[in-house]
Design a binder for this molecule. Structure first.
Ligand code: FMN
Length: 340
């Protein structure tokens, strides 16, 4: 389980950590809190040092089992801080990577305990340059890594079910990381409307883009990092006739063969119904942001943001996180048993 320090202030991270401790207390914790906390390297770099420090101290004080770092050009600075300031045994350091080069750096320079190989299929933020998980994982597993100990490698990106997990284990991953699948749990902070959008989505409905960050104003992500989410509104724009009717127009007036003129202009404007289409067609940022804000307020599927990996088409049920883990475990065992 991973909490995100992301955009939240230290106070709210402290509350989340104390909630985690009280929920897990039944497990007779021996001091260590069995959760990880994720940090965005570039965001730590950007904030005043004391603010970044207080986010790290929050997790160090809570005695968390693991720290997770991603998306930064100076992760070493923050990893050193954690190692030098942890009392007793250093927490495990996870580093998420999008290329073999980043993996080599994380192993040889950052001495990461665990490498998370995040393929291009991943939901949420990731490197736009990442190879498919299949290739990224194998390139890391096959790399010699000189005198450094071989890393423990986890696979992330587009994984939906136990068959996917069994495949990654068979390839040599030590385990997997899944994000999107847990967005469908009641425990996630997604709204019912966002969860319904995930259930309705097909495999081809996700897109990698910076449009969502532009729309919500989180625009400082490093060069080369974008995010995969549902191409909101696509379910309407797939069918121009349906779209036209929705707008209350007279369908008889629409000629679908028109190459120019008012009908095709009208059609073009109707096709620009969602954040990504607006962004791609050069609609002003101000307008995109105001439509996004309003769409998020009204939970308009064409405008709100739903991060999702390519595995979303195989996810069609809302289940408590505990049941998801149990189901994944069972499915994975069944698939592995078929191989033996
Ligand atoms: C809603 C959401 C938020 C995420 N936030 C972070 C984050 O803060 N830091 C990070 O390193 N990765 C983040 N990720 C990426 C995950 O670590 C993981 O690589 C990804 O979810 C795997 O792909 P999947 O969603 O297809 O399972 C996020 C993913 C999602 C879906």
């Amino acid at each position: 389980m991973n909490l995100s320090a992301g955009y939240q202030p230290a106070d709210s991270l402290i509350s989340e950590l104390s909630l985690a401790r009280s929920l897990l207390e039944a497990q007779n914790l021996s001091g260590i809190l069995p959760v990880g906390v994720g940090y965005l390297g570039w965001l730590l770099d950007k904030m005043p040092f004391q603010e970044a420090e207080s986010l790290l101290i929050a997790a160090l004080t809570a005695n968390v089992q693991a720290f997770w770092f991603s998306f930064g050009s100076d992760l070493g600075k923050w990893i050193r801080y954690v190692r030098e300031n942890s009392s007793g045994k250093s927490p495990l350091i996870f580093v998420q990577v999008n290329s073999l080069e980043e993996a080599v750096y994380a192993v040889e320079n950052l001495e990461a305990d665990i490498i998370v190989a995040q393929g291009i299929e991943s939901g949420g933020h990731g490197g736009s340059y990442a190879p498919p998980l299949f290739d990224l994982l194998q390139s890391i597993l096959e790399h010699p890594f000189g005198s450094s100990p071989r890393p423990v490698v986890l696979a992330a990106g587009g994984l939906a079910n136990g068959a996917d997990i069994a495949l990654q284990l068979t390839l040599g991953a030590a385990g997997v990381v899944m994000g999107t699948r847990f967005l469908l749990s009641p425990e996630s902070k997604y709204t019912d409307a966002q969860r319904e959008a995930l259930i309705a989505a097909n495999t081809e409905d996700t897109v990698r883009t910076v449009a969502f960050d532009q729309a919500r104003g989180t625009i400082d992500w490093p060069e080369g990092i974008d995010g995969r989410g549902l191409r909101n509104g696509e379910f309407l724009t797939r069918d121009p006739y349906f779209t036209f009717l929705l707008e209350g127009a007279d369908p008889c007036s629409l000629s679908f063969t028109a190459q120019s003129g008012s009908n095709s202009e009208k059609l073009n404007s109707l096709m620009a119904l969602d954040t990504v289409s607006d962004f791609e067609q050069g609609v002003s940022l101000e307008l995109i942001q105001s439509k996004f804000k309003e769409g998020t307020r009204t939970q308009d599927r064409r405008r709100f943001l739903v991060w999702a990996g390519t595995g979303v088409g195989l996810m069609n049920r809302i289940m408590p996180a505990k049941d998801v883990v149990q189901e994944l475990h069972q499915e994975c065992q069944q698939h592995l048993a078929k191989l033996s």
